[in-house]
Ligand binder design. Structure first.
Ligand SMILES: [Zn+2]
Length: 171
């Protein structure tokens, strides 16, 4: 298994809205396989295609890394309903290494998506799974978790973010 390499804060691809997937072909299957391997190698619980430099509406989620049954690939996902109840939980991101921050999100969601074969599916999620899916769908819209932390928390990580962005530009 190998990592495709994860794009870091400051990379423009992380700020683009991913293109919808229309062809459910071998190329898509290959992208999903590569993303799953990258997520495992990088020890993440979720990964969105822009994070590997591919601006498409594809995300993989693996809330229990030791249990491959929890692995789900979401193509063209969108949230169709969410609870009024919210939860505030600390998040991190493979694309923003060394930074963590508390993000308030709806506690429960229902998401509509297509699987690898193009089949339409629905999933109700709460807890960690709900949180990861919302974080990954944000990525597909060019949004990062640091956009959602409080202004005070952002002030504290501003220096670190600048450092990451600079590092990215130097390659
Ligand atoms: Zn992330």
């Amino acid at each position: 298994m190998r990592s495709l390499g994860v794009r870091i804060y400051g990379d423009d691809v992380l700020r683009k809205k991913g293109e919808p997937v229309e062809e459910f072909d071998e190329a898509l299957a290959g992208l999903i396989r590569g993303m799953v391997e990258t997520m495992i190698v990088e020890e993440g619980v979720g990964l969105a295609a822009p994070q590997v430099g591919v601006s498409r509406q594809v995300a993989v989620v693996n809330p229990e890394p030791d249990n491959p049954d929890t692995l789900v690939a979401l193509v063209n996902p969108r949230i169709v309903s969410c609870s009024d109840r919210t939860a505030c939980v600390e998040e991190g991101c493979l694309s923003v290494p060394g930074v963590r921050g508390k993000v308030t999100r709806p506690a429960e969601i229902e998401v509509e998506y297509q699987d690898e074969g193009g089949e339409r599916r629905r999933l109700k999620a709460e807890g960690l799974v709900s949180r990861i899916i919302q974080h990954e769908i944000d990525h597909l819209n060019g949004v990062l978790f640091v956009d959602r932390i409080s202004l005070g928390a952002r002030a504290l990580v501003r220096g670190k973010l600048r450092e990451l962005a600079r590092h990215d530009r130097q390659g």
